[in-house]
Design a binder for this molecule. Structure first.
Ligand SMILES: Cc1cc2nc3c(=O)[nH]c(=O)nc-3n(C[C@H](O)[C@H](O)[C@H](O)COP(=O)(O)OP(=O)(O)OC[C@H]3O[C@@H](n4cnc5c(N)ncnc54)[C@H](O)[C@@H]3O)c2cc1C
Length: 363
């Protein structure tokens, strides 16, 4: 008979959410196993990974940016140290002005105190890199960077494996037995189970009441022969991230109601067109990838405990800002699980308890 391995936390999904939660739990000395089916394309594996404190065309400071950004940087740096791998890069962003009105909007933000840590100098039109198309100039953004999220996931998989905390495979609700004594999965007995399965949570019966709004995204990689910036990200409606060796990455598209994580011709054309408007030199596309972001209708993440089932939890809904939000939210989720600290009402899934009970009542 196989000996049961008793652990504290069983996590399904090793994207950004599952990896970061596992990292924080391991830092507290907890016994953790993360189960992942290891697909080629997932949201985390294809993410462009930009960490950017400003949101949208209205140029607003992102939600909790002042807290999320330094915490994310410190967490990724600590994980780099522990794994001996590099995947996080501090890098300024060059925000392209669309027209004179847009330039005025950026200048107005520069005068506001809350933007002082993020907005640098203006780049006048005559100072723009010769091969970048920015006829109105642009704005330098500080305190930004990018995560090679695919490399991060691989480094964390190795780290978890080395710590006997990784299990390769798919975990379905009928694969494990939930009893009063905990969750049984193969030879593992866990006290608590946390679902970190990204957009696939929409197919899980326990989380059907949560209003996910998954968004498919595509990105491409390309090479160029000519001279293009290598030490900053170019950003307009899409971003161009330098990878070194004349290689660049560009994303992303947004498509709703398509849950096939496969690249499309429309996506390719859109990104190709986007790159052609941002740079003045020819480029050769080398790859195209797609993933599905676990976005939510109220644009807030989903953290917390199942309304009825004891010891069943979720950490999800990182949407299009998983790099910036994931580290601190993963830490808060760990504090909730281990120490019972409250989750802020704005993103605690308790906000959907009523929806859950009415869905149960109508069954
Ligand atoms: C094209 C694109 C560009 C993006 N760009 C950025 C960006 O610039 N900046 C940014 O911050 N974010 C970006 N994102 C969003 C970012 O990728 C997400 O916020 C983040 O990766 C979500 O992580 P997750 O762990 O919640 O989900 P996922 O990455 O989807 O991870 C879930 C994991 O669970 C596994 N899984 C699911 N079900 C099971 C099961 N039953 N058993 C075992 N394993 C299971 C999956 O295989 C997967 O590995 C982008 C996303 C896309 C698609």
């Amino acid at each position: 008979m196989t000996q049961l391995r008793e652990i504290d936390y069983l996590i399904s999904g090793q994207g950004l959410a599952g990896s970061l939660l596992a990292w924080h739990l391991l830092q507290e000395g907890k016994k953790v196993v993360v189960v992942d089916e290891d697909l080629t394309y997932t949201s985390s594996k294809v993410a462009s990974g930009m960490m950017h404190p400003i949101t949208g065309r209205r140029i607003v400071l992102s939600w909790r940016a002042d807290e999320f950004l330094p915490f994310a940087r410190n967490t990724f740096k600590s994980i780099e140290k522990a794994t001996g791998k590099q995947f996080f890069f501090d890098m300024p962003v060059f925000e392209i002005y669309h027209d004179h009105g847009n330039r005025n909007d950026w200048i107005a933000r520069s005068a506001q105190d809350k933007f002082k840590d993020y907005l640098g100098e203006e780049c006048l039109a005559n100072e723009v890199h010769e091969n970048v198309n920015a006829p109105f100039g642009g704005q330098w953004l500080n305190n930004s960077g990018w995560l090679d999220a695919g490399k991060f996931v691989i480094a964390m998989k190795e780290y978890l494996s080395d710590n006997h905390s990784y299990y390769s495979g798919r975990i379905n609700s009928n694969d494990f037995i939930n009893t009063e004594n905990g969750y049984f999965f193969h030879d593992i007995k866990a006290t608590k189970f946390i679902s970190c399965t990204g957009y696939q949570a929409i197919f899980e019966n326990d989380w059907k009441h949560l209003p996910f709004n998954p968004v498919k995204g595509e990105e491409i990689a390309f090479t160029i022969e000519e001279n293009l910036p290598t030490d900053y990200i170019i950003h307009d409606s899409i971003k161009i991230i330098p990878l070194g060796n004349k290689q660049y990455r560009c994303g992303a598209t947004y498509t709703w109601k398509d849950y096939t994580p496969t690249p499309t011709t429309e996506g390719l054309l859109k990104l190709k067109e986007g790159v052609a408007t941002l740079i003045k030199v020819p480029f050769t596309i080398t790859s195209q990838r797609a993933g599905i972001r676990p976005a939510t209708f109220d644009r807030r993440p989903f953290l917390g405990k199942h309304p009825e089932k004891e010891n069943l939890f979720i950490f999800n809904g990182l949407g299009s800002k998983g790099v910036m939000m994931g580290p601190l939210l993963g830490f808060e989720m760990m504090r909730f699980l281990v120490y019972g600290d409250a989750i802020h009402a704005e993103y605690d899934i308790k906000r959907f308890s009523e929806a859950y009970y009415s869905s149960v009542a109508t069954k």
